[in-house]
Write a protein that binds this ligand. Structure first.
Ligand code: 13P
Length: 343
């Protein structure tokens, strides 16, 4: 893909009313998600579950793209159609997680750095042949006493810029994900400060690596108080704080911001995205790239039994529709009742 088609893909991923499904859980993460509904994680079970998500009818109304994991991009539907083709056939753009997870940052106890740059050029080329059109890399920043350090922020921003440049070289749209975790007791103000410092570093490194911002997306955390902070903010306060930080740090050339859910409940994530879009036009599309906030109800409805497939797909469609409404700032909590009528 050349620059023009990467730009077009980036814009299509944040088309009005649509967002991204993050279904790129690594095998260890998928093990945790399946264990939470009492299931053992096997390759066959991970495949069946992903097939339920990818074959839900009408999903292209609310879902523009799906992020896959390395195992998943190589798997097929029961009729032998490769998953990337299943998605394209549904009008949904296939993407791929290309980082190799985090490891301890030497010399900085408690801090992490994302790995996966070695051999990345060759892996990206292979993913392109498999039909991927965008690529995600997640960096993790944690808040605690004396953390994050500048070294941690800089190391992760450098990694994100190297991956983003390699992605564009391969013709893949980078979805740049610096996640400031919500673990901890910190205030929303502290989260705002750390998110701003992180995003400022990320955009400096992207510029120095000549990443074309119009052909990229940002996948950040919302600005929230730590999950163990007694003083939790309202959706309106979260929307205001998040947009204020983004306006200070994210260039308007970026076509869209696709939030991660990061451990918020599915309804919380929807209400907060809705509150941001209610505030009126922003320099970028404000959308979603949710993992847990789109999948939690689906996993519960499926519970490992393919007899529950229809209910699981209905739960997915419902959650996607709620987030589709939040993209327009037209979500209302009473719309949740529609879930019953869909299943
Ligand atoms: P969550 O929405 O569950 O945070 O997942 C998004 C994601 O892709 C994390 O890398």
């Amino acid at each position: 893909m050349g620059l023009a088609s990467m730009t077009e893909t980036a814009q299509a991923l944040v088309a009005p009313g649509k967002g991204i499904l993050a279904a790129d859980e690594s095998t260890p993460t998928m093990k945790k998600r399946l264990a939470a509904v009492g299931l053992e994680s096997t390759e066959a079970r991970r495949r069946s579950y992903r097939e339920i998500l990818f074959t839900a009818k009408g999903i292209d109304e609310f879902v523009s793209g799906v992020i896959l994991f390395d195992e998943t991009i190589r798997q097929q539907a029961i009729d032998s159609t490769p998953f990337p083709e299943v998605l394209s056939g549904q009008g949904v753009i296939p993407g791929i997680k290309v980082d190799k997870g985090t490891s301890a940052l030497a010399g900085f106890p408690g801090e992490l750095v994302t790995e996966g740059l070695d051999g990345l050029r060759a892996r990206l080329a292979e993913y392109v042949t498999m039909g991927a059109r965008f690529a995600k890399w997640r960096a993790v920043i944690s808040i605690a006493a004396g953390r994050p350090t500048t070294t941690c922020i800089e190391s992760n921003a450098h990694g994100l810029a190297r991956y983003a440049a390699l992605s564009q070289e391969a013709g893949l749209v980078p979805v740049v994900e610096p996640e400031v975790l919500m673990d901890g007791t910190h205030s929303i103000e502290r989260c705002a400060e750390v998110t701003a410092a992180t995003l400022r570093a990320v955009y400096e490194h992207l510029a120095s690596h000549r990443v074309v911002l119009g052909a990229s997306l940002l996948k950040p955390n919302m600005v929230l108080a730590g999950k163990d902070c007694p003083d939790q903010a309202s959706a309106e306060e979260i929307a205001e704080a998040t947009i204020a930080v983004l306006k200070q740090t994210v260039p308007a050339a970026v076509p869209g911001i696709v939030f991660l859910s990061g451990g918020q409940s599915d309804e919380e994530a929807t209400v907060r995205l809705d509150a941001m879009n209610r505030r009126g036009p922003a320099p970028w599309e404000l959308s979603f790239s949710f993992g847990r906030a789109l999948q939690a109800p689906v996993l519960r409805a499926w519970a490992g039994d393919d007899a529950n497939r229809d209910q699981a797909q209905a739960a997915f469609l419902h959650r996607a529709a709620m987030n589709g409404a939040a993209r327009h700032g037209s979500y209302r909590p009473d719309m949740e009742q529609l879930a019953a009528s869909r299943s």
